[in-house]
Design a protein around this ligand. Structure first.
Ligand code: ZN
Length: 263
């Protein structure tokens, strides 16, 4: 058997992550059973009303079914995200399936669902990888790492209490879909995969009309300290790009479980 070009590390009881790059589509790690770290979730999360999932990869969709069953929250996500949740017996009443293009009213808030494209992983060969597929119906937990495929990624624009928050799930976007959105706060995918995209930060700031606040997201090292140092450097580089493109934008680099108050 060919030697894997990357290995997996274990950061907590049940959550394994790739080191240092995401898995290639032919790695045996795809067959490895994977489960959420329920102890950690129980320690940190007591209440949730809605869980917005941008796509089905395990670093986005792994915990959502457990949190939904624990709290009664509704998961919003693509068909793949829903099929993954059904594998853990999340009932359909707690699943809102979206494909991009919806603009839904929920009373206290509204949610615009924006079509997007995933990071150009594997040096732009991402769409040839097995990470890019759809999860079929009929899956049953426990699931394997390889079951957590993308589906079709979306971006969310949440309108709440007079504010608009944009949430991206990876390092890519469709410029014409972002054009004209005016979020106060933009959570923007910021790790080095953004460097595969032409003029990523400047084009995005222009399309979004230079948001008041940008929070880099998807830059962390999944709790693995050596990766975190590199990741934080990438987040800081991204912050500099934002400042160069949009000098009045305030960049806030979020920390785990630290509330952020934005006036
Ligand atoms: Zn992903």
């Amino acid at each position: 058997m060919a030697k894997p070009s990357c290995s997996w590390i274990r950061t907590s009881r049940n959550f394994s992550i790739p080191q240092p790059r995401p898995p290639q589509d032919n790695l045996p790690t795809r067959k490895r059973l994977i489960a959420p770290d329920t102890e950690e979730i129980d320690a940190k999360i007591r209440r949730a009303d809605y869980i917005l999932v941008t796509h089905g990869h395990l670093d986005h969709a792994l915990d959502a079914p457990y949190i939904a069953k624990k709290t009664g929250a509704i998961i919003v996500g693509n068909k793949t995200v829903a099929n993954l949740a059904r594998a853990y017996d999340v009932p359909d009443v707690q699943l809102i399936v979206v494909r991009g293009g919806e603009d839904y009213a929920f009373g206290a808030f509204s949610l615009k669902v924006i079509p997007t494209i995933h990071s150009a992983l594997f040096h732009k060969h991402y769409l040839s990888s097995r990470l890019a597929g759809n999860a079929p119906p009929g899956l049953k937990a426990p699931l394997k790492a390889g079951d957590f495929v993308e589906g079709q990624s979306v971006v969310y624009l949440l309108r709440l209490a007079g504010h608009e928050v944009l949430a991206m799930g990876s390092m890519n976007y469709i410029e014409r879909e972002m054009e004209g959105l005016r979020p106060d706060i933009a959570l923007v995918g910021a790790n080095n995969e953004r460097l595969e995209i032409y003029d990523y930060t400047r084009r995005l700031m222009g399309a979004l009309g230079n948001p008041l606040v940008v929070m880099p997201t998807h830059w962390d090292g999944y709790g693995y300290a050596p990766l975190r140092v590199q990741s934080l450097a990438a987040a800081n580089e991204f912050a500099e790009e934002v400042t160069a493109a949009s000098p009045k934008t305030r960049v806030i680099i979020p920390q785990y479980f630290e509330p952020i108050r934005v006036r």
